[in-house]
Each structure stands twice: as structure tokens, then as C-alpha cells.
Ligand binder design. Structure first.
Ligand code: NI
Length: 179
């Protein structure tokens, strides 16, 4: 169990396409997931992907059991460990909303994402997960899974007039001023 260092944008390890997990329910995999959970909690992230702690595997975690202080208006997303994920958009329409990232600290940007998706993958024991989701839940999954193909949210932005420092964009929200 450990809070790990989070790699920051500019580190080329964040640009790799991550390797698929081939062995489930191993000590190594459980240790990785514990570290991801400890690190996500410590930094109050909405999610975290293994490449963000320098691990080149297709593992993401997201969600909490309570409202996230960094995203106080966001609905609660169930805590999930998702391995080898595949995302299928269920509608062509996209919606834009603010995103932040622990690898891009102190900034927020307006990012278009598919409104509604199906995602599939595996839990740490190799049991399948499949969900149809929309809104914030769909956004978080798309953001985290992008980390597995070397994409950070600024690479998905189209309107750079809506990109800036959290402390300037949202001066009243102390709780997210240091993300
Ligand atoms: Ni991120």
C-alpha cells in the first residue's frame, strides 16, 4: 500500500499505448490496484489510470462512494476497477464540459465527449464488466481510458479559449483550487 508519485504532462510515459493485462487475480495486480486507490484517494481524483503512476498496463480506477470535493456538483459514480476496457459510443452527439487531470495540475479545460457510451472490460478477478452510462460517468470513463492510449484531455480540446488555471476560472471554489 502506497501513495505513488503521479507523472505530469510532458513525461513521455504518459504518451504510451498501454499493454493489456494477461493474468488476473495475481498479487502483483492487486498491489497495483491498491496503490492506484491509495493514490486516487490521497489526491481526491475522480479517477486514475495505471500509466499516470508509470505502470504500462490497461488498468483504470474511477468513482467514489461519496461526493468528490474536487467535483462537488458531479453525481456519485460507483467505485470501479476496470481492466482492458473497450468503449463503444452509443450516439454520435458529444457534450462539452470542464475537465481536470492529476497529470495536468492546476488547470481545467472544456472537453467534448460522447454523451452516452457502453463500456466493457474486466474486474481484478477476470470477471466481465459491462455498463451503459451517460453524462459525468461516461465522461470520467472516456477520460481515464484515454490515458491508456496516450491521450491527455488537452489533446481532445477544440476551443482553447476555454482552458485555464482552476484558481482563475473558478475563484470561489477553494476545494478545487489546487487540483
Ligand atoms: Ni487524467
Amino acid at each position: 500500500m502506497a501513495v505513488r508519485e503521479i507523472l505530469k504532462m510532458g513525461d513521455t510515459r504518459l504518451l504510451r499505448v498501454a499493454q493489456a493485462v494477461t493474468a488476473f487475480d495475481t498479487d502483483e495486480l492487486h498491489l497495483l490496484i491498491t496503490d492506484l486507490l491509495d493514490t486516487m484517494r490521497a489526491f481526491e481524483g475522480a479517477g486514475l489510470a495505471a500509466p499516470q503512476i508509470g505502470v504500462d498496463l490497461q488498468v483504470v480506477i474511477f468513482g467514489t462512494d461519496r461526493a468528490n470535493p474536487r467535483y462537488p456538483q458531479a453525481p456519485v459514480v460507483p467505485r470501479t476497477v476496470l481492466i482492458n476496457p473497450v468503449i463503444t459510443p452509443l450516439a454520435a452527439n458529444e457534450v462539452a464540459d470542464w475537465e481536470g487531470c492529476l497529470s495536468v495540475p492546476g488547470l481545467r479545460g472544456m472537453v467534448p465527449r460522447f454523451e452516452r457510451i457502453r463500456y466493457a472490460g474486466f474486474d481484478p478477478y477476470g470477471d466481465p464488466i459491462e455498463r451503459t452510462v451517460e453524462g459525468f460517468h461516461a465522461r470520467v470513463v472516456q477520460h481515464e481510458c484515454d490515458h491508456l492510449i496516450g491521450k491527455l484531455y488537452p489533446m481532445r480540446m477544440r476551443d482553447f479559449t476555454q482552458f485555464g488555471f482552476t484558481s482563475v476560472l473558478f475563484p470561489g471554489l477553494d476545494s478545487i483550487a489546487d487540483d
